[in-house]
Design a protein around this ligand. Sequence first.
Ligand SMILES: Nc1ncnc2c1ncn2[C@@H]1O[C@H](COP(=O)(O)OP(=O)(O)OP(=O)(O)O)[C@@H](O)[C@H]1O
Ligand SMILES: [Mg+2]
Length: 285
Amino acid sequence: MAAIRSIAESARERAAGSNSNLNANASASANANANANAISIRDCSLTFGSVRVLNQVSIDIRDGEFLSILGPSGCGKSTLLRLILGLLSPDQGGGIVHHVPREEIGIVFQKPVLMPWHTAIQNIELPLSIGPQRAKQSKAERREKAEWSLELVGLTDFRHHFPQQLSGGMQQRIAIARALAANPSVLLMDEPFGALDEFTREKLNIELLRLWDNPGTGLNTVVMVTHSIQESVLMSDRIVMMSPRPAGVNDIVNVPLSHPREAEMQESPEFLGTVREIRKSVKAL
Ligand SMILES: Nc1ncnc2c1ncn2[C@@H]1O[C@H](COP(=O)(O)OP(=O)(O)OP(=O)(O)O)[C@@H](O)[C@H]1O
Ligand SMILES: [Mg+2]
């Protein structure tokens, strides 16, 4: 965990001088380039059979931001991530504009989806060893990259453990390390901590923020689907609130908290006020 701690310290130092105002503008992270978008979703609609899932969704995902997507179960959040990743295409509307190369977009699923017959390090290496990725690095370079990712998530000592020998939180860390090993500049996360207990979830929330703060990862923009209002406020610069299916963008909320985020901020009036505001909007849906 030493690497994670030093990341946390460096992030705190970096932010200490520059980011003390609690307003929406000040909440933009050190990663953000306010003038650029990483991905633009333009008026996209999508229907599965007779079920209209997404209805005229438009979102500009800003370069360098941490964006959360909140919405009722079944409204189309996972579908939206698949659209962003290019696994699905809209059947109506302007489409998705990727301002970053597609190969720079990584994904972490709700379940870690690890190969049970592979060790932690082998699971991280796997995507680097198949398809077009394979030619990019030698075997030794792939192993080095996997070791680097494992260290980022604090699991170096567990490199030879199989998934069934790891806790749920550790498995999810491996899944995050696997995504980071490919050096994504944009990371899509589909309820990555949804299956974890509250204590582990909060710990991983903060660890993820430190990885995002760490310039060494190259990670610039995060889009995270979550069911948790608290998690979305703690983590994000902005929160997209989706309406029930057919899902459209109901509202986009700016989070008035500074960076780096700390678990203790959950007791601040700004945090509690934003949670209250979102709860009210959710009730009105
Ligand atoms: N490949 C598919 N074929 C047909 N229908 C689908 C397909 N994928 C998703 N759907 C439907 O689209 C709707 C939205 O699904 P999606 O998984 O995107 O919801 P969600 O918001 O992620 O839900 P949850 O919060 O429960 O994960 C659901 O009604 C689902 O049945
Ligand atoms: Mg989903």
